[in-house]
Ligand binder design. Structure first.
Ligand SMILES: NC(=O)C1=CN([C@@H]2O[C@H](COP(=O)(O)OP(=O)(O)OC[C@H]3O[C@@H](n4cnc5c(N)ncnc54)[C@H](O)[C@@H]3O)[C@@H](O)[C@H]2O)C=CC1
Ligand SMILES: CC(C)CCC[C@@H](C)[C@H]1CC[C@H]2[C@@H]3[C@H](O)CC4=CC(=O)CC[C@]4(C)[C@H]3CC[C@]12C
Length: 371
């Protein structure tokens, strides 16, 4: 009886619940109608207005405005939660924030989440890591033959974002098995999405708007032969929900594990993949080969980095092209694995056709909306 009562009292905390991925996780938790779910807490630096419309359903939705770098705020939000899904992070590859801030949010923030779990007795922690934890590395090595979680790869990073994600992932995995308040072990695992796309993807929106400005054209910069891993946001969210649900039953198998997020999205170059959505919206990718030679792109990217540094005291100059984004876009990095299926029965919830159609509908709706 006590077991039944406890089973109906689950509280989930989603950090970063108002972000691109976080919103999909929250909506997925509500859609899946998890019978044991009583409350979802959404912890974010910035709370979104759409949260209000979620507050009318049978599951209590609690919005908590807070900062993961503040240990006391995190501890207060975690207290009494059954599972924490930690998606909050500073996703900055354009140099908008300082390396120190990226470290504080992504590493110290994750430390605070772990310590809060330990102090308050929360046993299950799902961390949103990234493929960037593995690569591409600074040497530009491709991730050959569509690697999996076991594929050896020299993970060497210099950019603050992948460095911070790698450190945070390590902290999460090392915390697996730590005794939480009450004496039971903490069970953690990390999910590594490749480049996420779907409704709410701001970089896709930026490309679309740029294409409209350029007369419905985009110009190929990267060879079509460079494959870049992509995964639909709904499937990434579904994987988080499934892990959160299964972690208790399969703690021995899943605790301390990493899982790449994958689905049926095709292997293509970054730009060709984007065209799957942008072409039906009227854009065209000009050139079967890059229009600008690679050395010139490297030069422009380096110039951008230099300008960013020089202008920093006066203004924020953060263009999309810099040495890091160029290296990531220009290095083959794709995954092929079934570890999530083997460990916790994951199958993508959305087919490629579904994912594509949903994303196209979203891009079409972007037209005319404020930037
Ligand atoms: N977008 C992508 O392609 C990929 C993202 N990821 C990871 O997924 C997670 C979510 O990323 P996105 O949804 O794309 O980013 P996002 O920027 O849309 O969402 C991040 C959320 O975290 C919140 N946040 C940032 N700093 C915070 C702080 N100090 N305290 C509390 N909340 C804070 C933001 O307000 C935002 O709502 C991140 O951890 C990111 O590293 C991993 C792989 C790929
Ligand atoms: C004009 C350039 C040559 C093309 C620029 C494209 C880039 C802005 C994007 C190409 C690859 C993207 C990254 C990739 O999908 C992996 C990621 C994982 C994360 O965890 C965060 C986001 C990102 C680093 C993503 C960012 C934009 C690109 C670099």
């Amino acid at each position: 009886m006590a077991g039944t009562a406890q089973a109906q009292e689950q509280v989930y905390l989603v950090t970063g619940g108002c972000g691109f991925l976080g919103e999909h996780v929250v909506r997925m938790l509500l859609q899946q109608q998890e019978p044991r779910l009583r409350e979802i807490r959404i912890f974010d630096l910035h709370l979104s207005p759409w949260l209000e419309e979620l507050k009318t359903g049978p599951v209590q939705v609690t919005a908590i405005q807070g900062d993961v770098t503040q240990a006391h705020e995190v501890a207060a939000a975690v207290a009494g939660a059954h599972v924490v899904i930690h998606t909050a992070g500073l996703v900055d590859v354009f140099g908008r924030s300082s390396p120190k801030t990226i470290h504080e949010v992504n590493v110290q923030g994750t430390k605070n989440v772990i310590e809060a779990c330990v102090q308050t007795g929360t046993r299950f922690l799902v961390y949103t890591s990234s493929m960037e934890v593995v690569g591409p590395n600074i040497k530009g090595h491709p991730f050959y033959s569509r690697g999996n979680e076991e594929t050896p790869y020299e993970a060497v990073h210099s950019h603050p974002y992948p460095c911070s994600k790698a450190l945070a992932e390590q902290l999460v995995l090392e915390a697996n098995g730590r005794r939480v308040r009450g004496g039971l072990p903490l069970v953690t695992c990390a999910l590594r999405p490749t480049g996420i796309y779907g409704e709410g993807h701001q970089i896709m929106r930026d490309f679309y708007r740029q294409g409209l400005r350029l007369g419905c054209r985009l110009f190929r910069a990267i060879p079509a032969s460079v494959e870049h891993g992509r995964v639909y946001v709904g499937n990434v969210a579904w994987m988080h929900v499934l892990v959160a649900r299964e972690l208790e039953q399969r703690e021995k198998l899943m605790g301390g594990q990493v899982y790449f997020c994958y689905d049926e999205s095709p292997y293509k170059s970054y730009e060709d993949f984007n065209m799957e959505f942008l072409a039906p919206c009227g854009l065209r990718l000009v050139g079967t080969r890059p229009l600008v030679p690679y050395w010139l792109l490297v030069l422009l990217a380096t110039l951008n980095a230099l300008l960013q540094w020089l202008l920093r005291p006066f203004l924020l100059y953060a263009p999309m092209l810099n040495p890091y984004t160029l290296a990531v876009a220009n290095t083959t990095f794709t995954v092929s694995t079934n570890k999530a299926q083997r460990h916790f029965g994951y199958e993508p919830l959305f087919s490629w056709e579904d994912s594509r159609n949903r994303t196209i509908r979203w891009v079409q709706a972007v037209e005319g909306s404020p930037s």
